[in-house]
Write a protein that binds this ligand. Structure first.
Ligand SMILES: [Zn+2]
Ligand SMILES: [Zn+2]
Length: 333
């Protein structure tokens, strides 16, 4: 077996032959970024290589000069002594797996990924490889995410049952908010959806990329208007909960869309009345199925929970190694 093209360095996964990091935690000379979530995409690198969409998203979040230079990767490009290409990860708009090749060897770093259909991005593509690096956010047998369509139907049942109460869904600004909006639209909900100001720019960007979100309106009304909002569905980032913003609404139903909502204690702690288990990550059946399908010589586990996957690897006689990478949030999903 040939030597991996990457190794774990202080700032994250490093490819020496190409002299670049993948999703590094601190500014580096050259970074390949898998997707726009804040714990993977940071400002201040000398050069960032990513999909066109991820570069656009970083610009929206961090401003025009978020990096010294940028390069959109399409097809395969040469970086130092390796070839680098990006393949869909099915996680959020622009998300990609990083495929590194040299002399017949291929290593794949999947970033965050999902196997559940998401109209905002191309589906995850299994790439045969020698080394597969997987996330482990929900890599415990207890995590089995339900069909998101059922979750949204439960939500809409509550909207019908409590027409006099505004329904506010907590959802992260990149990916989850748009996913929830699309699920509502696909379920036939065509009334205006009111969005918190923090979601506006990324919703606009999705629409500009041809992803239809329907009639979105700013949820920036004053207290008097907010009290009058009946039968409204609102979406806000989790940071808006517990803040003055949410207190302007009369008797709201507080909902939250996250894979963590499968854990009742999480929902309780956040004061969530209507938890929605909607995730953009692989659950246990999907992470193990993906590794079986790709069947790499070896797989490494980045952020999340590695114990159960290590045990599974031993039972199925696969070579595996935990990387214990720090700095990737567990919560923002
Ligand atoms: Zn992510
Ligand atoms: Zn992550």
């Amino acid at each position: 077996m040939t030597k991996p093209l990457i190794y774990k360095a202080d700032l994250g996964i490093y490819c020496e032959a190409g002299d670049f990091y993948i999703d590094p935690h601190r500014p580096v000379a050259r970074a390949v970024v898998t997707h726009g979530h804040a714990d993977h995409a940071r400002a201040g690198h000398g050069a960032v290589l990513a999909t066109r969409e991820t570069l656009d998203i970083m610009k929206i979040r961090y401003g025009e000069n978020f990096a010294g230079a940028t390069q959109a990767i399409k097809g395969a490009i040469r970086v130092g002594d390796v070839n680098v290409s990006l393949r869909p990860a099915g996680h959020v708009l622009g998300s990609a797996q990083v495929v590194i090749e040299k002399g017949g060897r291929r290593d794949v770093i999947s970033g965050d990924y999902s196997r559940v259909a998401n109209p905002a991005c191309a589906p995850f593509e299994p790439v045969p490889c020698d080394l597969f690096v997987t996330e482990a956010t929900f890599a415990l047998p207890v995590f089995r995410h339900p069909d998101p369509v059922n979750e949204i139907n439960r939500f809409l049942a509550s909207v019908r049952r409590f027409p006099e109460r505004p329904h506010i869904i907590g959802a992260y600004a990149l990916g989850k908010a748009q996913r929830v909006i699309m699920l509502l639209r696909q379920a036939g909900y065509d009334a205006p959806i009111y969005i918190h100001g923090a979601l506006q720019a990324l919703c606009d960007y999705h629409i500009a990329q041809g992803i239809p979100l329907g009639d979105l309106r700013p949820a920036t009304m004053d207290k008097a208007q907010a009290r009058e909002l009946r039968e409204a569905v609102l979406i806000a980032p989790p940071s808006a909960f517990g803040a003055a913003w949410v207190q302007r609404f009369a008797d709201p139903v507080i909902s939250f869309a996250s894979g963590w909502m499968q854990i009742r204690a999480h929902a309780r702690r956040r004061g969530v009345e209507l938890p929605l288990v909607i995730s953009d990550h692989v659950d246990w059946p999907d992470v193990t199925r993906t590794i079986e399908e790709i069947d790499p010589e070896e797989f490494w586990i980045t952020h999340g929970r590695e114990e159960a996957l290590m045990r599974w690897a031993a039972l199925t006689q696969r070579r595996a190694q935990p990387l214990h990478l720090m700095g990737y949030e567990e919560e923002p999903e």
